[in-house]
Design a protein around this ligand. Structure first.
Ligand code: GDP
Length: 449
């Protein structure tokens, strides 16, 4: 379950809120000395939301002098584990320096924060409520943990975090069994109206299951079709999402352009691999780029397919032009596979699915930590990071934290000063060394702990 940490100085009402949210007490005690000794965890619930709630109640009794350092450690440990944090202040007491310390700590952590101005029953604590904006962690929510006020607002604020974190857990499950031969590979065919998406889907599944044609208003019920692609090494069940079908359901002509991007986004969210279908006669128009950017930002694997290739006379010149445009207009994704085809005649079609499967495999790539670090050492030796104001930037450790897309975290001193060109050098190095050619690689630089 999603973990929510309660954070705040003593006496703001963390325990009261803990008790209100936690039904069953787990009384989980970690015995790592000094760090998590006083941690309390419980199964929390608010409406239909359920989560694990972490509190640091031992702090309330800690002697004043020892407080700050200990508190910081405790909070750090809880925050690190949490998916989101509730920062409590006492709205009647107003904002204190210690509240600011906690807010700063949470901002640094990068975790989502919900700010709660507690003890605000009735209209008590109005002044403190407005002060709370100054903490720089967003809009406060007035609650009374003791009287149960403001729980509806808290629900509204928590719900998106929990939904998102649960989505990530689901993704992690999928990543664990990505090559299960029974699990359909989800592919979205995206592109602007009339690129030939429906024609391509028909061609791929080999029957006139979908209706195509230049006239608008053709409808059909389903937005996805399943079929099995017979690959060289194995069969791949495939679920195809065709955005044209979604669009044609809408009869609002004037909104066509806007809708097709919104529909593409919906299909992208369903999909693992997105195939951006271009019209060879008008490649990379504004809408195409918008859609490609969406797919990449959503972290999807992407294949560029250039349709209506039968209409092109100067094929060599055309493919050079398209490659050059891809490099220039989509610099965030070098190495995207580009497949030329004709959905109408079927020419080139058989090259599409191998490209889709290849990006899917790259997208799921996982590199072992020792190999990565061996590579990092070599890369840094070959070409050392620059010095900033007399101090050399050091990159000490790298690990892959995620797949789909491959995401790496490196520990780097003065991470904010590392030139973009050097980061590109590292990303390209990873792509080369571990043969992750067809999908974008994400590299996050983190200050050493
Ligand atoms: P969608 O809006 O992207 O689904 O596009 P359609 O599949 O409905 O195709 C739009 C028009 O382009 C139709 O008239 C198709 O016959 C035509 N078309 C699709 N693919 C090709 C192709 O490879 N070559 C040619 N010449 N025309 C095509």
């Amino acid at each position: 379950p999603v973990k929510i940490a309660l954070v705040g100085r003593p006496n703001v009402g963390k325990s009261t809120l803990f008790n209100r949210l936690a039904g069953k007490r787990l009384a989980l005690v970690d015995d790592t000395p000094g760090v998590t000794r006083d941690r309390r965890e419980g199964e929390g619930a608010l409406g239909d939301l359920s989560f694990t709630i972490i509190d640091t109640p031992g702090l309330e009794e800690a002697p004043e002098a020892a407080l700050e350092g200990r508190m910081r450690k405790q909070t750090d440990a809880a925050v690190m584990e949490a998916d989101a944090c509730l920062l409590l202040i006492d709205a009647r007491a107003g904002v204190t320096p210690l509240d600011k310390t906690f807010a700063g700590l949470l901002r640094e952590s990068g975790k989502p924060v919900i700010l709660l101005a507690n003890k605000a029953e009735g209209s008590a604590g109005e002044a403190g409520f407005y002060d709370a904006y100054a903490l720089g962690v967003g809009e406060p929510i007035a609650i009374s943990a003791e009287h149960g006020e403001g729980m509806g607002e808290l629900y509204n604020a928590l719900e998106p975090f929990i939904a998102e974190a649960e989505g990530e857990e689901e993704e992690a499950d999928e990543a664990a069994e990505w090559d299960n031969p029974l699990k359909p590979l989800r592919v979205a065919i995206i592109g602007r109206p009339n690129a030939g998406k429906s024609t391509l889907v028909n061609r791929l599944i080999g029957e006139e299951r979908l209706l195509t044609g230049p006239e608008a208003g053709i409808t059909r019920d389903s937005i996805s079709v399943e079929w099995v692609w017979r690959g060289k090494d194995r069969d791949w069940p495939v679920k195809l999402f065709d955005t044209a079908g979604m669009r044609r359901k809408s009869r609002v002509q004037s909104k066509l352009e806007k809708l097709s991007v919104a529909d593409a986004l919906r299909a992208i969210k369903f999909a693992e691999v997105a195939v951006l279908l271009l019209d060879a006669e008008h490649p990379f128009d504004k809408q195409d780029l918008q859609i490609a950017d969406l797919a990449l930002r959503e972290g999807r694997a992407l294949v560029i397919a250039v349709n209506k290739w039968d209409l092109i006379e100067e094929k060599d010149a055309k493919i050079r032009e398209i490659r050059e445009m891809a490099a220039r207009l989509l610099p965030q994704a070098p190495g995207l596979p580009i497949v030329t085809l004709s959905a109408l005649t079927g020419g080139g079609i058989r090259r599409l699915m191998p490209a889709v499967v290849q990006v899917y495999i790259d997208w799921n790539a996982r590199v072992k930590t020792p190999e990565l670090n061996e590579w990092l050492q070599e890369a840094v030796q070959r070409h050392a990071p620059p010095a900033v104001s007399g101090q050399r930037i050091k990159i000490r450790y790298i690990a892959q934290t995620k797949t789909r897309p491959p995401t790496f975290v490196a520990q780097c001193t003065r991470a904010e000063d590392l030139p973009a060109a050097y980061k590109r050098y590292l990303v390209n190095g990873i792509r080369e060394a571990f043969d992750i050619k067809a999908v974008p690689v994400r590299l996050i630089l983190k200050k050493p702990d």
